[in-house]
Unconditional design. Structure first.
Length: 132
């Protein structure tokens, strides 16, 4: 696996001549890091979606895990890093970061639709994604 990653990183760098220009090398490394991060998130979402195909998978999760799966599968919340924990009385406390204030109502709507959630305590913060 490590050799594949090295091949994927070093080949574009050598083909673009970045080995001699540190600024270009930094730019290319940033682009590669963004693509790897994006691919990792996509893979995580796909694996979660496929796991849901197994009968009884969701039923065996606790309520905070069900909330996390719901957030991961909602494409409108891509880029948000949300954590959920249960408070007394089936109240879900949400922490983490949102990409913008516009996704907050979408997050709350998604969490409130999870069966068993009686209420939501929102402690998320807005941290816009950084672009190199």
């Amino acid at each position: 696996m490590r050799s594949i990653v090295l091949l994927l990183v070093l080949t574009p760098l050598s083909l673009t001549g970045c080995g001699k220009d540190p600024e270009r090398l930094g730019t290319m490394a940033g682009k590669i890091a963004n693509r790897v991060e994006s691919a990792t998130k996509t893979l995580k979402t796909r694996l979660t979606a496929q796991a849901l195909l197994f009968p009884g998978f969701v039923e065996n999760l606790d309520l905070s895990q069900k909330v996390r799966v719901r957030v991961l599968l909602d494409g409108r919340l891509t880029g948000c890093d949300i954590h959920a924990r249960m408070l007394d009385g089936d109240i879900v406390e949400l922490t983490g970061t949102l990409t913008s204030e516009k996704v907050r109502p979408l997050l709350l709507q998604a969490v409130e639709t999870v069966p068993g959630v009686k209420g939501v305590a929102d402690a998320t913060k807005v941290t816009p994604p950084t672009t190199p």
